[in-house]
Design a protein around this ligand. Structure first.
Ligand SMILES: [Zn+2]
Length: 149
């Protein structure tokens, strides 16, 4: 009995049901919104998985990293150079996620800001904005890293 094949896979980003999950694949893209999705083991004893949205997971991981760096810098446990490096790398990663999110939104016409999912003309405009801001973040992060080296 395979638990994962019993229920239809559902996108963690837009909430749409997908026709199927590619057998054996650890990651795929949503058929509706085109966002990247990964399988995360929900149980160590059973072959049961949760579907997670890469865009959301990356942001959840990134926030405490940047927050931790800010706190460490504030407590003078971190040199300004090391802090600038963390911020530059965070900008690069954040920019990449936003560009990925934005271009997926342009491709699919589906966008989500917080819990609100859109599939109208505003979704396209938000996707364009995300792509542009993401590109700007990447450029800023890259300039930061180049200045540091
Ligand atoms: Zn989706």
């Amino acid at each position: 009995m395979r638990a994962n094949t019993q229920a239809r896979p559902r996108c963690a980003f837009c909430g749409d049901f997908m026709p199927f999950w590619p057998p054996g694949a650890p990651a795929t893209t949503c058929t509706s919104c085109r966002r990247p999705l990964i399988l995360f083991p929900a149980s160590l004893r059973h072959a049961r998985y949760r579907i997670l949205s890469v865009v959301d997971v990356a942001k959840v991981i990134l926030l405490p990293v940047v927050g931790g760096a800010v706190v460490a810098f504030g407590l003078a446990r971190m040199t300004p150079l090391a802090f600038a490096n963390v911020v530059s790398i965070a900008l690069l990663v954040w920019g990449t996620i936003d560009v990925w999110d934005g271009t997926s939104g342009l491709e699919s016409g589906i966008d989500r800001v917080r819990r609100k999912i859109r599939s109208d003309r505003t979704a396209k405009r938000i996707s364009i904005a995300k792509t542009l801001f993401g590109g700007a973040s990447i450029a800023l992060g890259a300039v930061g890293l180049l200045m540091m080296s």
